[in-house]
Design a protein. Structure first.
Length: 467
């Protein structure tokens, strides 16, 4: 718990900031405290809209010196709503929003408040891209620090595999740069270790010459799901790196561009992304299209940002989300049968299950080269109960929990931290595996009091931390 503060303390912080502090008495407080997942209802002490790095330093120092709980918010998409907390000072990085492309060096530097749509807009003008996720409103900070899985994973690796350097405000208020050459232990930990080690105010990424892609969803009847999954499990692990495809169970949205005969129908599908030239891509899709006649084939040539933002309208901010996830090494026939059973009972239109491939280029990075340890897993699996109606919270949560419980015995153990809610220390340890102890040691070095603990927390090795 944060200790009570008098108004003079808050006013003193206000006087030092260029950005605005939003308090519970302010008219826009309830709007400002909302995050992407509407299932999260937290009431922070104050929200500091940091205008620059100096503001971040002031807020970190204030929280440490006054024993105030601290939460860090970038895009606000975190599954468990870990960008906000009750009675916390929230460092909201949203105003630190800038992009600078260096076409000669083929890098882009972005502010900690950017979302991936900002990055795509800036880099696409130069015919280049950074591998990120699948929703363009996702924050750069949260996705990157957790690892970064998306359409370009098999071609370019995880987002962290393309991270060149970071600007970080540490728990002691000092500003440092982390890269292979500067503070390499911190840089190692930031690549997958989440927000445990500091506030990252800027990221520099390596760019790839990816402009137009050949991709989109192909949908099949749910009755064909077992057959499609059995084909997919062998095909994608042997596919060339240029080809990425993640599998999904879904309910077709009732509107364009989907044909009316498919509206609100439970189906399965694969969302493809091929970075090869179109002629070669069409050749690569021949065995995919030879599998069987799909109910819908939306694959074609389109700009990379168009695929990146394709699902934004289906998943706007403000829906109720309940997440469960695992890493998966193989899809056995028994696991597939369980998947199909739960797909038949998708509880709402927005509820879904995704299997994201994390092989290809991502698997060729050593499991100890970054904090992310599951380099030998083939998929990151997530099942989410989602709906706009708070009255359906229990329904969607129970479906996701039951689905997870049925499939967990077939999993590799840990889970992608960006897909996890509050699941306890054992799950965090399982996620980092053999890298966990090194993360504890780095946490002890950079944040011995555990100031940064509103996250999938890695506790410092000593017990001298805030309660």
């Amino acid at each position: 718990m944060s200790k009570p503060l008098n108004q003079n303390s808050i006013n003193g912080l206000k006087a030092t900031l260029r950005g605005r502090i939003i308090e519970p008495t302010d008219q826009d407080y309830d709007h400002a405290r909302k995050v992407y997942n509407a299932m999260i209802h937290k009431k922070p002490l104050a929200i500091a809209r940091c205008a620059d790095v100096a503001d971040v330093i002031a807020c970190v120092n204030f929280a440490r010196e006054n024993d105030v709980l601290l939460a860090i918010r970038s895009g606000g998409h975190n599954a468990g709503g870990l960008g906000i907390a009750d009675d916390a000072l929230v460092i909201d990085l949203a105003p630190i929003k800038y992009t600078r492309v260096d076409p000669a060096a083929q890098t882009v530097t972005v502010g900690g408040g950017c979302v991936w749509g900002d990055v795509d807009h800036a880099t696409h003008a130069f015919g280049m891209a950074v591998p990120s996720g699948i929703i363009s409103t996702t924050g750069v900070g949260g996705l990157t620090l957790g690892g970064g899985i998306g359409h370009l994973t098999r071609k370019c690796g995880l987002t962290i595999d393309n991270l060149v350097s970071t600007d970080v405000v540490l728990a002691n208020g000092k500003f440092v740069r982390a890269s292979i050459d500067e503070n390499p232990d911190l840089f190692w930990a930031l690549r997958g270790g989440g927000g445990n080690f500091g506030v990252v105010t800027a990221f520099t990424f390596k760019l790839h010459k990816i402009d137009m892609i050949y991709g989109g969803p192909i949908l099949y009847e749910l009755s064909e799901a077992a057959e499609v999954m059995k084909w997919y499990r062998n095909f994608i692990v042997n596919a060339p790196d240029d080809l990425n495809g993640w599998f999904a169970f879904l309910t077709v949205p009732p509107g364009p561009p989907f044909p009316e005969n498919l509206h609100l129908k439970k189906m399965c599908g694969i969302v493809w992304c091929c970075t090869a030239p179109q002629a070669k891509a069409e050749e690569m899709f021949k065995p995919i299209r030879a599998l069987k006649k799909p109910a819908l084939d939306f694959v074609g040539r389109l700009p990379q940002p168009a695929l990146q933002s394709m699902f934004d309208p289906i998943y706007p901010p403000g829906l109720q989300w309940y997440w469960r996830a695992d890493f998966v090494n193989e899809l056995s026939d028994k696991a597939i049968a369980e998947h199909v059973r739960f797909a038949q009972t998708l509880p709402t239109m927005h509820s879904t299950m995704h299997l994201y491939p994390i092989n290809g280029a991502a698997a060729r990075v050593g499991k100890n080269e970054t904090a992310w340890s599951y380099r030998d897993a083939n998929w990151a699996q997530v099942m989410v109960g989602v709906d706009p109606d708070p009255a359906k919270k229990e329904t969607i949560s129970k479906w996701a929990k039951d689905y997870f419980d049925a499939l967990h015995p077939y999993s590799a153990g840990g889970a992608y931290v960006n897909f996890m809610m509050d699941e306890g220390e054992d799950r965090v340890k399982a996620t980092y595996g053999g890298n966990y102890q090194r993360l504890v040691e780095i946490k002890q070095k950079y944040d011995p009091q555990n100031l940064f603990r509103v996250n999938q927390n890695i506790k410092p090795s000593e017990t001298k931390r805030a309660a």
